[in-house]
Design a protein around this ligand. Structure first.
Ligand SMILES: *Cc1c(COP(=O)(O)O)cnc(C)c1O
Length: 374
């Protein structure tokens, strides 16, 4: 559909023109059920009325001032995010990868020259630092040399304990790995990472860009584990559809980054911050989290009953299922024939990331569309 886009994405031949809640419409007016949400971005649903209203109101007031000054939506958002999570400070970014970059710079300044320990299957973004923390040959190899002193180990207690020493700056992990196909790290692994970091003075950083903001049935996924990280990254759903990310620290790392250490022209702008407040009004609600857990259980139960589904895994509304057949082909047919938007994370894995505002009817509808092709 365009010869003028650099071809970094193998796009489907669909052009979306409008969205509302869990529905999308293409340019020809066909209606789709969205169980991907632009990869866990539109968690409040498309064009949530409160988000749209907040954007319109802020657009009439002020769009940009930059980071040499304060703006009220940003300062209030920092307070809201910090008090609702690790209790330290917040650095705003425009994307997930940038939040990871900020976390890596913080870790390296905290322990100068230190090693960053990551785990196999992890995904942290496409910029150089984030890519260096993403141990996948196909993504890294064409862009070598990467940032020095990143080491990837198996996502197990033993491997992480063995990799962390007095030269480690940070351990960076997802509580549940998203891009590798929804694989949770065990509590045992997370506890071992916490212990190893404590013992050696390294920072434990959780990348909650995909797992955070209610997706797994609590505001942050770490709340359902026995471990609290020293810093956390978020992005994706935070802006209700607009681009914003953030790095949060706990009190221990709150003052590591000082004036001049890092920056961003756009980050924390009043428009995205206003949208984020409206999105958080929806995503912080414990009643929503309870619904996410209920609907997630229903989805996993229904999927497990389908012939041709060989495994189902996930937490809350972050789920994946395994098929015997070709998952990328199934996802393509789900989109083009059944008008269900989903995503293949591997040759046999289909990932489902619906809006958190769906109901039983949408869960059952999605399962029926999948069943029709199995
Ligand atoms: C999507 C994602 C990123 C990258 O975010 P971008 O906004 O695409 O840069 C990093 N980490 C995790 C866990 C993600 O899911």
């Amino acid at each position: 559909m365009s010869d003028h886009l650099i071809q970094t994405y193998a796009r489907y031949p669909v052009e979306f023109a409008r969205g509302e809640g869990w529905q999308l419409w293409d340019a020809d007016g066909n209606e789709y059920l969205d169980f991907l949400t632009g990869i866990s971005v539109s968690s409040v649903g498309h064009r949530h009325p409160a988000v749209v209203a907040a954007i319109k109101e802020q657009a009439d007031r002020l769009l940009h001032v930059g980071n040499l000054f304060f703006n009220a939506p940003m300062t209030a958002l920092a307070e809201r995010l910090a008090t609702g999570s690790l209790g330290g400070r917040v650095f705003f970014t425009n994307s997930g990868a940038e939040a990871v970059e900020a976390a890596l710079k913080l870790a390296r300044k905290h322990r100068r020259g230190g090693t960053i320990v990551t785990v196999h299957g992890g995904f942290h973004g496409r910029t150089y630092g984030a890519l260096s923390a993403t141990p996948q040959e196909s993504k890294q190899a064409p862009f070598a040399p990467l940032v020095p002193k990143f080491t990837a180990v198996a996502p197990t207690a033993e491997a992480i304990t063995g990799a962390v020493d007095g030269d480690t700056a940070a351990v960076v992990v997802e509580v549940i790995q998203g891009e590798s196909g929804v694989h949770a790290l065990s509590d045992e692994t997370l506890i071992a990472a916490r212990r190893a970091c404590d013992e050696h003075g390294a920072a434990l950083i959780f990348d909650e860009i995909q797992t955070g903001l209610g997706r797994t049935g609590s505001l942050w996924a770490y709340e359902q584990t026995p471990v609290v990280p020293d810093a956390l990254t978020t992005a994706k759903a935070l802006g209700g559809g607009l681009p914003i990310g953030a790095l949060f620290t706990g009190p221990k790392l709150a003052d590591v980054l000082e004036p001049g250490d890092h920056g961003s022209t756009f980050a924390g702008g009043p428009l995205v911050a206003a949208a984020a407040h409206a999105a958080l009004d929806v995503l912080e609600d414990p009643a929503l989290h309870a619904r996410v857990n209920e609907l997630g259980e229903r989805l996993r139960e229904r999927l497990a009953e389908l012939p041709g589904v060989v495994a189902v895994r996930g937490r809350g509304l972050m789920n994946a299922f395994e098929v015997e057949t070709d998952a990328p082909d199934l996802v393509r047919r789900l989109l083009l024939e059944q008008r269900l938007v989903s995503n293949a994370t591997g040759p046999t894995t289909v990932r489902l990331l619906p809006p958190l505002t769906i109901g039983e009817a949408q869960v059952d509808d999605a399962v029926a569309r999948i069943a029709a092709l199995l």
